[in-house]
Design a protein around this ligand. Structure first.
Ligand code: FAD
Length: 354
């Protein structure tokens, strides 16, 4: 209709958007989804639109199977506003109204998971604030939720934000298989995870660590070469510890179980974790070192009322951005668009002096 100004969610384009953005496609699929058992209404999935009513009807009728179609409810677009990133803290509390926590689309995101992820953090932090306790802020190396919220408070948003794995820089640490190990202690601490669940995860962690230690102390000798050749593996020329053996791309934990079984059998989840940690140890370690390096900036706090204009030698653009976003840490400051590493060096020197 020409009335829509906002940019729609990139991953759910309207049919009129698709025709323009994917002009090279010969067709676009529509899925006719019955709305229920006791209705003849059908939802036209893939055909969301805000075109004028008569155009919508003409478009549908142009499809042979829908020649006789009637529209019971026309498509329409909803434009909504959102709170700009510089007005929310990483706790999801608004800067303007103390005690007001926001989550979901109102913070500029689109998506079920995005809304739910913020919902749990906003809820946790609202409860912690009421109890007068320290807020919970997940770091970028701790959880995808950390990446999501950090992006929300440091990046200019010009279209509905969706979290994609590619937005996380520490993907080797943020694995599905270690989500319980990463986050259960926090869930338990804030009172959302019961003791039994927490202890089960700690038991798993202990079993994994003990098994990794055992593998490091367990030696495989060339006398095992017959078995290795049965599995099609190259023979050992000298002894190796079981952890080094497991690091080889062609070996599996099942082979370890056959050669040097653990006195206490591990759960399948713990076995998977042992295998992942063993095989990718070098890469995981490198990423951990990167996290440690970045942590110094993450932990360096900046007072809320910090006077950026007083910093001599910082570019005007950076000063303006920092003044607007008021990052809570130097780490957050470094991720604001328009703030470059040189600005951060100046900021660090200034913070060090004052
Ligand atoms: C057609 C469509 C398809 C989508 N498909 C997908 C998809 O496939 N996958 C996906 O991940 N996301 C999808 N999304 C996006 C996703 O649904 C939203 O981003 C997400 O649900 C937003 O959650 P929210 O909690 O922020 O807001 P909402 O779910 O909109 O919740 C806001 C709530 O506030 C209530 N409310 C408003 N005003 C007041 C008031 N004054 N007092 C009290 N209550 C009030 C509303 O009734 C509503 O229940 C889709 C969205 C649409 C519209």
């Amino acid at each position: 209709t020409g009335l829509i100004e906002g940019i729609g969610p990139r991953y759910c384009p309207s049919i009129e958007d698709k025709v323009v953005r994917f002009a090279h496609k010969e067709s676009h699929q529509l899925f006719l989804e019955p709305e229920g058992w006791h209705t003849t209404e059908v939802y036209v999935q893939g055909g969301n639109t805000s075109l004028p009513e008569d155009v919508q009807l003409a478009m549908l009728k142009s499809i042979p199977a829908l020649r006789e179609v009637e529209i019971t409810r026309v498509g329409y677009a909803v434009e909504y506003d959102y709170v700009p990133p510089n007005q929310i803290r990483a706790t999801l509390e608004t800067k303007l109204i103390e005690g007001l926590f926001l989550a979901g689309q109102i913070n500029g995101t689109s998506g079920y998971e995005e809304a739910a992820a913020q919902g749990i953090i906003a809820g946790i932090n609202a409860a912690l604030a009421v109890r007068g306790e320290k807020p919970l802020i997940l770091r970028r190396d701790q959880a995808y939720i950390g990446v999501l919220i950090d992006d929300l408070v440091t990046k200019e948003i010009d279209e509905p934000y969706r979290l994609m794995t590619s937005r996380a820089e520490y993907r080797l640490l943020l694995r599905q298989d270690n989500a319980d190990l990463r986050l259960s202690p926090l869930g338990y601490k804030v009172g959302l995870l019961d003791r039994a669940r927490y202890e089960a995860v700690e038991k798993k962690r202990k079993a994994i660590n003990e098994e990794l230690e055992r593998l490091e102390d367990t030696w495989l000798k060339p006398s095992e070469n017959d078995r290795l050749s049965q599995w099609g593996l190259d023979p050992l020329e000298e002894g190796v510890n079981a952890l080094q053996f497991l690091r080889r791309p062609e070996t599996t934990y099942a082979m370890i179980e056959a050669l040097v079984p653990s006195p206490q059998p591990l759960s399948p989840e713990a076995i998977q974790e042992v295998a992942v940690v063993a095989k990718y140890a070098g890469y995981i370690e490198r990423q951990r070192r990167e996290v440690e390096r970045a942590k110094r900036l993450e932990e360096r706090g900046i007072p809320d009322d910090f006077d950026y204009e007083a910093i001599v030698g910082m570019r005007k653009e950076a000063q303006e951005k920092l003044k607007r976003f008021r990052p809570a840490t130097v780490g957050q400051a470094s991720r604001i668009q328009g703030v470059n590493p040189a600005d951060i060096s100046v900021l660090l020197v200034y913070l060090g002096r004052h």
